[in-house]
Design a protein. Sequence first.
Length: 260
Amino acid sequence: MKNIIELQNISVFQQRNKVFDELSLIINESQNTVILGPNGSGKTTLLKLLNRELYIVQDNKSYIKIFDKERWNIQELRTQLGVISQHLQYNYSNSAIGLYVVLSGYYASDGIWQHQVFDSEKLDRAHEVMDLLGLLELKDRPFFSMSTGEQRKFLLARALVHDPEVLVFDEPTSGLDLRACFQYLEIIQELMKNGKKVVLVTHHIHEIPPEITRVIMIKKGQLVDDGKKEEILTNSKLTSLFDWPIKVIKENGYYQAIPG
């Protein structure tokens, strides 16, 4: 069974702040997984490690592997691991249109440039994923003029052009209204039902679809709990994670938190 992510005794600094101190974690392809934690727990740092924006402190007992490899060409990595992150929404220029956002996925860039080449196969695939997500009518619209929900779908299309084995979502419904939130969660559910493996990174339990079976809790850079969803998403464990009294409600496979 292939490991998607394997962290062994890793330490990571953000400037002078030590975010992870000898953290170890394995996520394999047998489960859809959520990494849950409050702000400041290290979720963003973890995403930057997966994006190869940050690197671990070098030590002979420490390593990070993605699909069992320590070294990756970033474009090659994107063919197997698609990361859909909020910060990408703010990096595109005002001249970017929907189609360009999708095509930029081929070069793991935040725009398209004159030296980049897109043959008919790449263009056909871009149109295929836009059609899959109901975006074809928006392909020529400026990205900045779209709603947050539309932008989020284009970023998903950007990841899907490679048909990656695994998708990593960073707080997927943040900033969406209820309708857009539910629509986007339905898309994620369908992707999982069709065989995509998902790693979800969030501090919102309402974002966790029923198909997610494993919950990893992190707090202050440490792994504090890990296990089956129904065993981890409890009143006491969430209260401890967020340092606030929390009561959990479950309905239709989804969980919601209210004040305890």
